[in-house]
Design a protein around this ligand. Structure first.
Ligand SMILES: [Zn+2]
Length: 439
């Protein structure tokens, strides 16, 4: 019944974009879209399915590398840095083929669905110069009941002025022309998928090639993402080689626009922030990964203050929990500044949902005509019991975890009901099996 073409849902509380959730929200759904929204309906209509708790727009994971999930829990021994972690990541990458990646990514995307994520931005560079792995990722998202924007990543060099070596050879195309030809060779994506482009970083793509990828994405009006200033060493190498910061280099290459999303932007300058703001660009913050890799704390308030749209990604999947990513943006800024209240709960929820969708080329939001992508968080768990309706947004951001997600609907269909995935029978078992096969 609940996957029929027409559905009516009555949500106890739903966030429609304001500073507080609305009580008694009825959603009428036809096919994959919401056709009508009525708030303040105290008594559920007799034919309506009831959604207790707080209903939010679908959460969006704007930056994912699905295979990094296999590293969770394995990289915490001893000291080290981003660069030593990267060696461990390369070892997993070496074992993957399309069949194994399909199994792994299906399980990882199912974990994301259980966490309330309805749309994933997959920053995909492990492609062996073919489209087989990318096709597997699109298929995996379909099997997990979620949407994907495949950001096929141009990766040409092993570092500034260096050839790719070892497993990096699997990440690349021989030239930017080969990257373009491969992306033009793709079949049209299925309804749950969209295509975009990515520049891996200024380490892996030279300025001329970056300009060509930017031009290619502009001609097709697709999203363009790039890792930007995750590490001080990247800035130093870029300044030494090109006399500019990575953001300035990408700006000069024509990459910055409202379709552009800088991933991390942890070590950006005032001028970089101004450039991103002028372009109407987005930044994908990945706080749980950035803290895991000792990257540093990004200037989220300064970016938002310049009009940069913030979205969130779980990147290395050290954890998959968009509530944790959202509160980390505020909480780490508190620690760094000695002050509270940098980002309102509603702004953090926007980052976790609507802004991510925009950065991935999807429309979003709970409103007439929108895709019927939403997630319901229970407020009666041991963590959230006692939450007053007026505090529900703040409770979702500052207290909820992925385990509080009760129901997830994508395009009018339930991917998760009562905390259980509807398409992947046993997600932990699927994860364990897939990870064992790549270890
Ligand atoms: Zn990344």
């Amino acid at each position: 019944v609940s996957n029929a073409t027409h559905r009516t849902l009555w949500c106890e509380l739903a966030w429609l974009g304001g500073d507080a959730p609305e009580p008694g929200v009825v959603l009428d759904i036809a096919g994959e879209r919401i056709v009508a929204v009525s708030a303040g309906v105290a008594v559920p209509p007799p034919d309506a399915e009831r959604r207790a708790g707080l209903t939010l727009p679908g959460l969006v994971n704007a930056h994912s590398h699905a295979f990094h999930r296999a590293l969770r829990g394995r990289t915490q021994a001893g000291r080290g840095s981003f660069w030593t972690w990267r060696d461990q990541m390369y070892a997993v990458a070496a074992t993957l083929d399309p069949e194994r990646y399909l199994a792994l990514a299906t399980a990882v995307y199912a974990e994301m669905a259980l966490a309330g994520i309805t749309t994933i931005g997959e920053f995909h560079y492990l492609h062996d110069g073919t489209n087989a792995m990318g096709e597997a990722l699109i298929e995996a998202a379909g099997r997990a009941g979620v949407r994907i924007t495949l950001l096929d990543t141009c990766y040409l060099h092993g570092g500034i002025g260096r050839e790719r070596s070892g497993v990096q050879c699997r990440f690349g195309d021989s030239t930017v022309a080969a990257w373009m030809a491969r992306n033009e060779d793709r079949a049209a994506p299925p309804a749950h998928a969209r295509l975009g482009a990515a520049i891996h970083s200024v380490r892996a793509v030279d300025p001329d090639a970056a300009a060509q990828v930017a031009e290619w994405s502009a001609a097709r009006t697709v999203p363009l993402h790039a890792h930007v200033s995750e590490q001080p060493a990247e800035n130093e190498a870029c300044l030494a080689a090109y006399g500019r910061t990575p953001t300035a280099l990408l700006d000069d290459a024509g990459a910055l626009s409202a379709r552009f999303c800088a991933v991390h932007a942890t070590h950006v300058t005032e001028d970089d922030i101004a450039r991103l703001g002028r372009a109407g660009a987005a930044v994908a913050l990945c706080p749980t990964t950035e803290r895991d890799l000792a990257d540093g704390i990004g200037p989220a308030s300064a970016l938002a203050g310049r009009g940069v749209r913030l979205c969130l990604g779980s990147d290395s999947h050290a954890v998959i929990d968009q509530f944790e990513e959202a509160r980390a943006v505020e909480l780490q800024e508190r620690l760094a500044s000695g002050e509270r209240g940098h980002h309102r709960a509603a702004a953090l929820l926007r980052a976790a949902s609507l802004e991510g969708a925009t950065a991935l080329g999807w429309d979003a939001g709970i409103g007439p005509g929108a895709l019927a992508d939403f997630v319901t968080v229970r407020l009666d768990s041991v963590r959230l019991a006692g939450t007053r309706p007026a505090d529900a947004l703040a409770a979702a951001v500052f207290v909820a975890t992925a385990a509080d997600v009760d129901a997830v609907t994508v395009g009018g269909r339930d991917a998760v009901r009562a905390g259980r995935h509807q398409l992947v029978d046993d997600v932990p078992r699927a994860l364990a099996g897939a990870i064992a096969s790549v270890s």
